[in-house]
Design a protein around this ligand. Structure first.
Ligand SMILES: Nc1ncnc2c1ncn2[C@@H]1O[C@H](COP(=O)(O)OP(=O)(O)OP(=O)(O)O)[C@@H](O)[C@H]1O
Ligand SMILES: [Mg+2]
Length: 182
C-alpha cells in the first residue's frame, strides 16, 4: 500500500487520532470530521481493520458521507479504482487484498426484494461488504458487521458513530493504528 492516496489518508487518520478526535466509548467510537477527506480517513482506518467476512453498514441521510467513507475503506483494502456510488448498479465488486463488494440499497423497496438477489452469497464469500442504505439489514445485522451512523452537523461537519456488532471488530482502532504504522 504505497500509493500516495493511501499515504495521505494514513496521515489524516493519524492526525484524527493524535488530536483526540476519535473518541472511544467502550469498544465503540465517535468521530467528528470537518471535511470529506477526514471521513475518507475514518473509512481507511476501518478498511485497515477489516477481515474476511467483514461488513460495514453505513447508515445516514443523503450526502452524509457514506460513499466518502467507502472510498477510504477501498483505498485501505488496495482497490485500484476509487469506489464510487453504486446507486444505479446496486452492487459493484472490486479486487483488493480482499474482494470488496459495495452495495447501495437506496432503491430496494423491502426485505422481499433483498432476498431476490444473492446478498447471502456476497456476505459469505469471504470478502468485505460495504453497504449504503442498509435499513433492511439493521434489525438482524449479518455476521461480521460494524455499523456507522453518519449525521450531518454543518455543511462541512459530520458525526460518525461507530458501533461494533460482531466481536471480531473489537480492537479495530488499535489494529488500524498498528497497520497504519506498518
Ligand atoms: N466532513 C465531511 N465528510 C464527508 N462528506 C462531506 C463532509 N463535508 C462535506 N461533505 C460533502 O458531503 C457530500 C458527501 O457525499 P457522499 O456521496 O459521500 O454521501 P452519501 O452519504 O454517500 O450520499 P448518498 O446518500 O447520496 O449516497 C460530498 O458532497 C462531500 O463533499
Ligand atoms: Mg453514496
Amino acid at each position: 500500500m504505497s500509493a500516495p492516496e493511501a499515504e495521505g489518508l494514513r496521515a489524516s487518520l493519524e492526525r484524527l487520532v493524535a488530536e483526540g478526535r476519535v473518541v472511544p466509548a467502550g469498544a465503540d467510537a465517535e468521530v467528528r470530521t470537518g471535511c470529506p477527506r477526514e471521513t475518507e480517513a475514518v473509512g481507511f482506518g476501518l478498511g485497515l481493520g477489516a477481515f474476511p467476512g467483514a461488513v460495514l453498514l453505513l447508515e445516514g441521510p443523503l450526502g452524509s458521507g457514506k460513499t466518502a467513507l467507502a472510498r477510504g475503506a477501498g483505498v485501505a483494502l488496495g482497490v485500484r479504482d476509487p469506489l464510487t456510488s453504486p446507486t444505479f448498479t446496486l452492487l459493484s465488486e472490486s479486487a483488493g487484498r480482499l474482494p470488496v463488494f459495495h452495495l447501495d440499497l437506496y432503491r430496494v423497496a423491502g426485505p422481499e426484494e433483498l432476498r431476490a438477489f444473492d446478498l447471502v452469497e456476497v456476505l459469505e464469500s469471504g470478502g468485505v461488504t460495504i453497504v449504503e442504505w442498509p435499513r433492511w439489514l439493521l434489525a438482524e445485522p449479518p455476521g461480521g458487521a460494524l455499523r456507522v451512523d453518519l449525521a450531518v452537523l454543518t455543511p462541512a461537519e459530520r458525526r460518525l458513530q461507530v458501533r461494533i456488532l460482531d466481536p471480531r471488530w473489537e480492537g479495530w482502532l488499535a489494529r488500524a493504528r498498528r497497520n497504519a504504522a506498518a
